[in-house]
Design a protein around this ligand. Structure first.
Ligand SMILES: [Fe+2]
Length: 333
C-alpha cells in the first residue's frame, strides 16, 4: 500500500471508528484538549455539544484539480462519524482575486460556489481571507465598480457584514475580519481588527448568552508560532533588539485581543493563512492555526504538512478537542 492509498484507507477507517483514532495512526502532531479547572482523572468524559470542521486556505482553481481537491475534502469531512454539525471556512477560499482581473475573479468565484454547493450539505460559515478581496491591487487588476474589494467576498460568501457572530448548541462563535489596508500602499495589507470592529467585538462578547464558551475564527492568526517558522530559514532577524514578525503574518493587535479574550471566556481561536499547523495556549485561551486544504497551493505538502482540515469536538462543559486530518489528496501536475 503506497502512502496515498494508506492515507485514504486510514480516512475511511477513521470515519468508521470515530475521528479520534485517525491522526494518531498518522503520527500527526496530536490533539489539543483543554480541561475544565475542576476536571480530575476520575471525572466522566465531557459530553459533546457539537462537532465542527475547520477548513481554511482552499484556494480553489481549475489548475492542478483544485476543484476536485475541494470536492474530495468535503467528502472526507462528511464521511466522519459522526459528521460535523458545522463547517467553519477560514478564508482564502479562491486562489487569488487580490490582483486578478474581473474575468478571473468571476471564474474563481463561480467555481467555488458551484463546487461547494454540489459536494456539501453541512451548514457553513465563512471568514474573509486576503486572497478573497477583489482587486485591492488596482494597478494590476484594473478592478473597480460595485463588487470591488471586500464586497466581492461578502457576495461570494452570502454575508451582510465582514465580521459577525452566532450561537449554536450553547457555544458562541465570533468571526473576525483580519485583513486591513495599508495607507498609501494599495498592494499591501496588515492584520488587525479596525476600531469599529474592536468596539463591536467588545459589545458582542459582553452581550452573548451568559456563560457561553466562545470560539473565534479569523483568517490570519491572532497569536501563532508559525509566524516565526514560516518560509525560508532565517538564523536571526532583528530590528535593533526586537524580533521581526511580519504584520501580514500575525495580528498586530494580538496582545489587546488576548486581554479581551481571556477576560471574556474565549476558549479557542482558529486561523489559517500560514498553510501550517500550530497551537499555543496561555491564560486559558488556545490559539490553533490549521493547515491548508490546498497544502502548498495545490503543489503538494507545505513545509512537510499534508493537505487537510481541522476537526473540533466542543463539549457542553466548555472543553474541546482538536485534531488535524489529511484527506488523502495527491498533488497533480
Ligand atoms: Fe492562503
Amino acid at each position: 500500500m503506497n502512502d496515498i492509498d494508506r492515507r485514504t484507507f486510514l480516512l475511511s477507517t477513521a470515519a468508521a471508528a470515530g475521528v479520534l483514532a485517525f491522526p494518531r495512526a498518522l503520527h500527526l502532531q496530536g490533539s489539543s484538549h483543554q480541561s475544565a479547572p475542576t476536571a480530575t482523572a476520575t471525572t466522566a468524559p465531557p459530553t459533546r455539544a457539537l462537532r465542527v470542521a475547520h477548513l481554511t486556505d482552499i484556494h480553489i482553481q481549475p489548475e492542478r484539480g483544485g476543484d476536485a481537491g475541494l470536492a474530495m475534502c468535503l467528502e472526507g469531512v462528511q464521511s466522519l462519524s459522526p459528521p460535523p454539525d458545522l463547517i467553519l471556512v477560514g478564508g482564502d477560499s479562491v486562489m487569488d482575486v487580490f490582483e486578478a482581473k474581473q474575468a478571473r475573479a468571476t471564474e474563481l468565484g463561480a467555481l467555488f460556489t458551484t463546487t461547494y454547493a454540489k459536494h456539501c450539505k453541512i451548514p457553513t460559515r465563512h471568514a474573509i481571507g486576503n486572497h478573497d478581496i477583489y482587486g485591492w491591487t488596482k494597478r494590476d487588476s484594473g478592478a473597480g465598480g460595485p463588487a470591488w474589494g471586500k464586497q466581492y467576498s461578502l457576495d461570494l460568501f452570502g454575508l451582510s457584514n465582514r465580521y459577525y457572530s452566532f450561537d449554536m448548541a450553547g457555544w458562541h462563535f465570533v468571526v473576525l475580519d483580519s485583513v486591513q489596508p495599508v495607507k498609501d500602499r494599495p498592494d499591501a495589507y496588515v492584520a488587525y481588527c479596525d476600531d469599529e470592529q474592536t468596539r463591536w467585538l467588545d459589545a458582542d462578547l459582553k452581550g452573548r448568552p451568559a456563560g457561553s464558551p466562545v470560539v473565534v475564527l479569523s483568517h490570519i492568526p491572532i497569536l501563532s508560532l508559525t509566524s516565526i517558522t514560516y518560509g525560508k530559514h532565517r538564523s536571526r532577524e532583528l530590528i535593533g533588539q526586537d524580533t521581526i514578525i511580519s504584520a501580514a503574518s500575525m495580528h498586530t493587535d494580538g496582545h489587546s485581543l488576548h486581554n479581551v479574550f481571556k477576560a471574556a471566556g474565549v476558549m479557542v481561536c482558529l486561523s489559517g493563512h500560514q498553510h501550517l499547523l500550530d497551537r499555543c495556549s496561555t491564560d486559558g485561551v488556545t490559539y490553533i492555526c490549521d493547515g491548508a486544504v490546498s497544502g502548498a497551493w495545490w503543489k503538494g505538502r507545505h513545509q512537510g504538512l499534508h493537505e487537510g482540515f481541522g476537526v473540533l469536538d466542543l463539549s457542553t462543559d466548555g472543553t474541546f478537542t482538536h485534531e488535524y486530518l489529511p484527506y488523502g489528496w495527491s498533488a497533480r501536475a
